[in-house]
Design a protein around this ligand. Structure first.
Ligand code: HEM
Length: 427
């Protein structure tokens, strides 16, 4: 298929496109997609090969370069997503600890409050889209747990500016981010200057927040920004204001829409599988969280919001029986591994029992990628999903607004439900 057609289909319907090629060519196949990674790609659907890639040398297998092209104008150059090599590892060592341990339990309270605040505004007896409501919740969670900004005037100002910046990721902007030559205005089409204006507004507000936080008593605070202000690199240095700024935008960008889409997918699956929903509600009434945990794992398997995890290869690499050349982009097929019938019998069925009292495999369940680039929110996001699901399912009676399951659409780089998971809240 010509490269332009491959690109169009891959961008519009990545799941369908990847599956068709997988059925035709098997667990290793190549693609040509201009403007995406290095333009030449090899897709892997075999967990053993993906393990090799995730465990491979971070110098030879780079993710930062893939993201750098289109993310740096939004995040800045010091984002975990766009860094590679030693600098990436140095940032990761500082950013990972706040996402683990006891503190996470304190965040559960914030997650429950944000959910209750959102539920209060849901309409009764009329269809409404759950995905944007989930995005309100995940925005509040990032604003309070990561940025440490509580509801009020500053919260409103900063969240509105961030939503304007991220909401402007329309086709024109995404293209101009991917192709630097398009980073300008075209006569009356002023998308690039509008983007710059929105970005400057976010920068001013975020820098003011960082400066204000530096003046406060950091030891008493539990938010991630405060912890990052206290953290030292191995050489004793701290993150600069610019680096903190870039990491804050990164965590919002990586943690907000992803978790909202994952939640919308989970509700879509639950509302269309009444027997699973009933089992889950029953287990929640009994105070048993194991089925809730399994439901989240199964939803992330069947509807992973990121279809592939990417690495640019900088040295030839033998993967299985294949010699992969330097210069290609490897796509670890998250979507495909999760649909392997040898690992998940009847793979299209939504069946949380698969994970009941059974830990998902490190290389067979990969919604958060793997290795030194594994998602830093890989504990935080499932916890948030569990809190939101519990709050909603124990307080609200929801039904699906349509008998059909949602189809995935590509929202920039995430797979989201086409109609946003339409539901009806019943009395
Ligand atoms: C259900 C929700 C989420 C999903 C499905 C998801 C998925 C992913 C995936 C697939 C990657 C790339 C991993 C790789 O290539 O190996 C990633 C990276 C990342 N994620 Fe998440 N993510 C989610 C939530 C979050 C949250 C809540 C945060 C933070 C608040 C976050 C922050 C990041 C960051 C900073 C990276 C880059 C890590 C690095 O390059 O070292 N994500 N995520």
């Amino acid at each position: 298929m010509p490269a332009a057609l491959q690109a169009a289909e891959f961008l519009a319907r990545p799941g369908v496109f990847l599956e068709r090629n997988w059925h035709q060519y098997g667990d290793v196949f190549s693609l040509r997609i201009k403007g995406f990674g290095t333009g030449r790609h090899v897709v892997l659907a075999d967990p053993a090969m993906i393990e090799q890639v995730f465990k491979g040398s971070p110098t030879d297998l780079r993710l930062g370069e893939v993201a750098d092209k289109f993310l740096t104008p939004i995040t800045g150059p010091s984002s975990l997503l766009v860094l590679d090599g030693d600098e990436h590892l140095a940032h990761r060592r500082l950013i990972l600890p706040p996402f683990h341990g006891e503190r996470m339990l304190a965040y559960a309270g914030i997650m429950a409050e944000a959910t209750d605040r959102s539920i209060e505004r849901w309409p009764l007896d009329e269809p409404f889209a759950l995905r944007p409501r989930m995005a309100d919740i995940t925005m509040e969670v990032v604003m309070r747990t990561v940025f440490g900004v509580e509801q009020g005037h500053r919260y409103q100002e900063l969240s509105a500016a961030l939503l304007t910046l991220l909401g402007n990721t329309n086709v024109a902007n995404v293209l101009s981010l991917a192709f630097p030559r398009l980073r300008r205005d075209f006569g009356p089409i002023r998308t690039w200057s509008n983007f710059q204006r929105d970005k400057a507004r976010v920068d001013t507000l975020l820098n003011a927040e960082i400066a204000r936080r530096r003046q406060s008593d950091l030891d008493d605070r539990e938010d991630i920004l405060s912890m990052l202000l206290l953290a030292n690199r191995r050489d004793g240095a701290k993150l600069s204001d610019d680096e903190l700024h870039d990491e804050l935008i990164t965590m919002l960008l990586a943690g907000h829409e992803t978790t909202a889409s994952a939640l919308a997918w989970t509700f879509d699956l639950l509302l269309h599988h009444p027997e699973v929903l009933a089992t889950l509600q029953d287990s929640l009434r009994r105070g048993d969280d194991s089925y809730l945990e399994a439901t989240v794992q199964e939803a992330l398997r069947l509807r992973p919001v990121v279809a592939t995890s990417q690495r640019i290869l900088h040295a030839p690499m033998a993967v299985g029986d294949h010699e992969l050349p330097s210069g290609i982009t490897i796509l670890a097929g998250i979507w495909l591994v999760h649909r392997r019938p040898d690992i998940y019998p009847d793979p299209l069925a939504f069946r949380p029992e698969r994970f009941l009292n059974k830990r998902p495999g490190t290389y067979t369940w990969i919604p958060f990628g793997g290795g030194v680039r594994r998602c830093i929110g890989a504990n935080f996001a499932p916890m948030e999903m569990k809190v939101v699901l519990r709050q909603v399912l124990t307080q609200v009676n929801l039904t699906a607004a349509s008998p059909k399951l949602e189809r995935p659409v590509n929202r920039v780089v995430l797979l989201a439900p086409r109609h946003g998971t339409m539901a009806i809240r019943r009395r």
